[in-house]
Design a protein around this ligand. Structure first.
Ligand SMILES: NC(=O)c1ccc[n+]([C@@H]2O[C@H](COP(=O)([O-])OP(=O)(O)OC[C@H]3O[C@@H](n4cnc5c(N)ncnc54)[C@H](O)[C@@H]3O)[C@@H](O)[C@H]2O)c1
Length: 482
C-alpha cells in the first residue's frame, strides 16, 4: 500500500473481529470444502453447523465483500447472495450511487477504499467480487488474490495486457477460485455450439463473425472543457485510481451531449448523461475499453471454447476516426489465429457500432439479429447454435449432448469456492479472452497491422505498438506493492 496516497477513513469503523466459530477463514474454507464433500457423500451435516432448516448459520456461508456496488454490482451481488454467499462487506467510492446496495444489506460493513476493506476484514471474508470501472479491476483483484481471497471480477478482466498477465499469474499463485462474468460458455446454447462444431456439422471452421450493437455510451468524443465541483458523496481521487488526474466533469455541456447522442448507432441516447461517472467511463481509454472491451469477452467466450482458440498471431482494425482519448464510434477488428493440431487457422472478425457482416444468403432475406455470432465452415454456416442449412439441422437434430451444462456464473463460482470444479471463465481462461480484446483495441488505436508474439508478450511489428501494453500507473499506485 502506498503511504503517499491520502486515504479517507472507512465510512464506518469496522468493529473488532467477533470471536469466530472457527479459528480463521482458511480453516473455515477448508471446513466448507469438507462439508460440501461430506454433504455430497452423506447429506448429513450436524444441525449446529448448518443452523435451522432454511436459515443457515452465517458462518456456514462463504463471506463475500463487494467492491463497486452501485451499478451492475448491485444486481450481481444479489445473484451472489442467491448462489449462497453472505454479503459481509461493501465498498464504493460514491455513497449516493451505492445507496441502494447499502440499503439492501444494512448489516454489511462499509468502506470507501478497497485497501481499507482488505486490511480491516482480514480473515472475516473468504471472497471478493469486483465491479468497478475497468481501470481499477487489476489493482483490486491482485490485492485480493495476494490475500488468498476467492475473486470474481466483472468483464473485462483488466484494462491493459500487462495487468492481465499479472492478474492471471497471481491467481495461479494464490490457488483460489476465480471467475469472470463473461456470458457463460457452459450454457445450453454455448455447449450446443461446441458440440455441433466438434461433430463437424459445418465442417472445419475457418471464419467467425461477431457483431455487437454497442456502444450505447458516448464514444468518438473530445474531452469537454471546464470542470464541475465534485459531489460530497464521491471520492473522485479514489475513482481515478491509477489513471492520470483530470478534472471532474459531471455532465456533457449542451452541445457536446447532443453530439454524443447523435453519434450513437441508431441515434440511441446514452443511458446516463454523465461524462465519466457513472457508467460512461466505457468510451474513455484511460478508464474503459470501448465497445470491444465491453462486449468482446461475452461474445468470444463460446467461439474460443468451440474452436479451442489460443492467442491470435495477427490483428488489424479499421474504424471511424479515433480521437486521442476515446474509442471510435464503430470498428471492425480482424484477429488471425494460427492452425492448432488438426484444426485449420481461423479468422475472427469483430464488428461494432452498428456494423454487421454481410448477411449470408442462407438467411433467405431475413436480417441478421442486432448482435450475434456467425460460424463459417467449409460445409455450412451456423448462427449461434442454429445451423443455417435445414438439411444439416435435420441431420444433427438428435446429436447427443456430451458437454455438461452448468449452473451459470454465480453457481459455478460458488461451487469452485467450496472446492468444486473450476468455474467456466476462471482467470486463466478469461485472461486469454481479455488479452484478445485488448490487442484489438491496440490495433484500433494504432491503425496498424500488428504481429503478436504471445509468449514474449510483445509485438514483433510494429515496435511502437508495445507502448500500449503497459501504460504507466499514476498517483503513486502500483501493482507491485498493492
Ligand atoms: N454482464 C456483466 O458482466 C457486466 C454488465 C455490466 C457491467 N459490467 C462491468 O462492470 C464494471 C462496472 O460497470 P457499471 O456499469 O456497473 O459501472 P457504474 O459506473 O455504473 O458502476 C461502477 C461502481 O463502482 C464504483 N467505483 C468506482 N471506482 C471504485 C473504486 N476504486 N472502489 C470502489 N468502488 C468504485 C462506482 O462508484 C460505482 O458504484 C465495468 O467493468 C463493466 O464492464 C459487467
Amino acid at each position: 500500500m502506498n503511504p503517499n496516497i491520502p486515504r479517507p477513513l472507512p465510512h464506518r469503523t469496522a468493529p473488532p473481529s467477533p470471536a469466530p466459530l472457527l479459528p480463521d477463514a482458511c480453516t473455515r474454507r477448508r471446513f466448507l470444502r469438507q462439508a460440501a464433500a461430506a454433504s455430497a457423500a452423506l447429506t448429513l451435516i450436524p444441525r449446529h453447523v448448518l443452523g435451522a432448516p432454511g436459515t443457515p448459520a452465517p458462518n456456514s456461508r462463504l463471506q463475500l465483500a463487494g467492491v463497486g456496488v452501485g451499478g451492475v454490482g448491485f444486481s450481481q451481488l444479489q445473484a451472489c447472495a442467491r448462489a449462497g454467499f453472505h454479503i459481509a462487506a461493501l465498498c464504493d467510492v460514491d455513497d449516493a450511487y451505492a445507496k441502494k446496495a447499502y440499503d439492501r444489506w444494512p448489516q454489511a460493513r462499509r468502506y470507501r477504499d478497497f485497501r481499507d476493506l482488505l486490511q480491516a476484514e482480514g480473515d472475516r471474508i473468504d471472497a471478493l467480487y469486483c465491479a468497478t470501472p475497468d481501470h481499477t479491476h487489476a489493482l483490486i483483484t491482485v490485492a485480493a488474490l495476494r490475500r488468498k481471497k476467492h475473486v470474481c471480477c466483472v468483464k473485462p478482466l483488466t484494462r491493459t495486457v500487462h495487468e492481465s498477465r499479472v492478474v492471471v499469474a497471481e491467481a495461479q499463485k494464490a490457488g483460489v477460485a476465480t471467475q469472470v462474468t463473461a456470458a457463460a460458455n457452459t450454457s445450453d446454447t454455448a455447449c450446443r455450439s461446441c458440440e455441433l462444431i466438434a461433430a463437424g456439422a459445418i465442417g472445419p471452421v475457418r471464419e467467425v463473425h461477431i457483431w455487437s450493437s454497442r456502444p450505447l455510451w458516448p464514444q468518438g468524443m473530445q474531452r469537454p472543457p471546464g470542470e464541475d465541483p465534485v459531489p460530497a458523496s464521491l471520492d473522485w481521487k479514489l475513482w481515478l485510481g491509477p489513471a492520470p488526474a483530470r478534472p471532474y466533469k459531471k455532465q456533457w455541456p449542451q452541445g457536446h451531449y447532443a453530439l454524443a447522442q447523435a453519434n450513437l448507432p441508431g441515434g440511441k441516447a446514452p443511458s446516463y448523461s454523465a461524462v465519466y461517472h457513472p457508467w460512461n467511463f466505457r468510451g474513455w481509454w484511460d478508464f474503459g475499453t470501448g465497445a470491444l472491451g465491453d462486449m468482446g469477452c461475452h461474445w468470444l467466450n463460446t467461439p474460443f471454447r468451440a474452436l479451442q482458440l489460443d492467442h491470435p498471431a495477427r490483428i488489424r482494425a479499421t474504424s471511424t476516426k479515433v480521437p486521442p482519448e476515446t474509442a471510435p464510434l464503430a470498428s471492425i477488428v480482424t484477429f488471425d489465429f494460427p492452425a492448432r493440431a488438426s484444426r485449420p487457422s481461423v479468422r475472427v472478425v469483430w464488428h461494432d457500432g452498428g456494423l454487421q457482416p454481410p448477411c449470408p444468403s442462407e438467411m433467405d432475406g431475413q436480417p441478421l439479429p442486432e448482435e450475434g455470432t456467425l460460424y463459417v465452415g467449409d460445409e455450412g454456416k451456423m448462427l449461434g447454435a442454429t445451423l443455417l442449412s435445414p438439411a444439416r439441422a435435420k441431420q444433427f437434430e438428435s446429436l447427443p449432448r456430451t458437454l455438461e451444462r452448468r449452473g451459470g456464473t454465480w453457481a459455478e463460482w460458488h461451487q469452485a469456492c467450496q472446492g468444486g470444479p473450476k468455474a467456466g471463465c476462471h482467470f486463466a481462461w478469461a485472461g486469454l479472452l481479455n488479452e484478445t480484446v485488448l490487442l484489438g483495441n491496440i490495433a484500433i488505436r494504432t491503425g496498424k497491422h500488428l504481429e503478436w508474439n504471445a509468449p514474449r508478450m510483445a509485438f514483433t511489428s510494429p515496435q511502437d505498438a508495445n507502448a500500449h501494453l503497459q501504460p504507466p500507473y499514476h498517483n503513486g499506485w502500483s501493482l507491485d506493492s498493492i
